[in-house]
Write a protein that binds this ligand. Structure first.
Ligand code: HEC
Ligand code: HEC
Length: 280
């Protein structure tokens, strides 16, 4: 009388184990597929995010034929003068722009730092407000205030090994060895370098935006700026390789699946063995 009961209980146990296993995949699937489902998104988003970086300034928003060239003086009066003064002389809300140079204006507008919304905040990178033609017009208008200043650089491919050394000595202390950026004192931030175009990198080096020091030609030659720019571009592409590889992210999920399949096979064997024992 006892034996069949024990057999039944064993069988019930076996059925429960199988049911659990059957439910297992359903319960596990969302967590294993989630990373897979999420992975394509960054890969799809990144090229779009990088697009402005890849497009040379001149190629953006070609003016339709018949459209008048943007009026730099008018744009300036409407969006800049309240902080920088009608003649770029500066106000309490913004510094003088006399003599900052085309590279500074192109950098500030091309990285979307200007027009600033709140002069008490450190300017940060944004989608540019102006088209390439409008930026060129504003660059010309600010240059008309006089004073010279660094021109817009035209970086050429350089030597990344030399660039690495220049970067380690001059840039890594603030932007970190990988270019990911760091927090400075007084709540200021040295931003990550992953989105800047080659021209913007060279501009930042020559201009020294905000708290960043400028590196004029007496400190770094044009050739050294080329080396540096090529190295920062390499850092950018290395970061893309690490962060954007979907197979790399699938790794853990695939490993989990393999472990789960092996576990499943072992359990099925064990349950079968229990079942045959119970049948006896
Ligand atoms: C003292 C710290 C410091 C050093 C040294 C420094 N930077 Fe910067 N860098 C900054 C800060 C702060 C900013 C943000 C400027 C602002 O407030 O607009 C910046 C901005 C930049 C940007 C703009 C990034 C973007 O996407 O908008 C680039 C590019 C850059 N730096 C490159 C360099 C390179 C290359 C070097 C080495 C030659 C260097 N920096 C050295 C502090 C530093
Ligand atoms: C709300 C006020 C405000 C407005 C509007 C504004 N700026 Fe600025 N701008 C500032 C401040 C403040 C700084 C200094 C930011 C810093 O710490 O880096 C600055 C910095 C700059 C610089 C860098 C100057 C340098 O020394 O290299 C340029 C170039 C510039 N602005 C151009 C413009 C242009 C062009 C416009 C209009 C499209 C504009 N700004 C609109 C407040 C403003």
């Amino acid at each position: 009388m006892e034996m069949p009961q024990r057999g039944n209980r064993r069988r019930a146990l076996a059925v429960a184990a199988v049911a659990l296993l059957a439910l297992g995949p359903a319960a596990i699937t969302p967590s294993t597929t989630a990373p897979a489902a999420i992975t394509p998104a960054p890969a799809a988003v990144r090229p779009a995010a990088m697009a402005p970086a890849a497009v040379p300034p001149g190629a953006r928003a070609p003016a339709p034929t018949g459209t008048p060239a943007p009026d730099g003086a008018d744009l300036y009066l409407r969006t800049c003068a309240s902080c920088h003064g009608v003649q770029g002389q500066g106000t309490q809300r913004g510094p003088s722009l006399v003599g900052v140079g085309p590279a500074s204006v192109d950098f500030q507008l091309g990285t979307g730092r200007m027009p600033l919304k709140d002069e008490r905040q450190q300017p940060t990178r944004h989608e540019p407000v102006f088209s390439a033609a409008e930026i060129a017009a504003l660059v010309d208008h600010v240059a008309s205030f006089g004073g010279g200043g660094p021109r817009i650089p035209d970086p050429a491919p350089g030597d990344v090994a030399a660039g690495r050394q220049i970067f380690a000595a001059n840039c890594a202390p603030c932007h970190s060895a990988t270019g990911s950026g760091t927090d400075l004192t007084n709540g200021l931030v040295a931003p990550p370098l992953y989105e800047a175009t080659a021209v913007q990198i060279a501009e930042a080096v020559r201009v020294g935006p905000g708290p960043m020091p400028a590196f004029p030609a007496e400190v770094l030659t044009d050739r050294q700026v080329d080396d540096l720019t090529s190295y920062v571009r390499l850092l950018q592409s290395e970061r893309l390789d690490v962060g954007g590889n979907p197979l790399g992210r699938l790794g853990p999920a695939a490993e989990g699946l393999v472990a789960w399949l092996i576990g499943l096979s072992l359990l099925v064997l064990a349950v079968r063995w229990l079942g045959t024992r119970a049948d006896r």
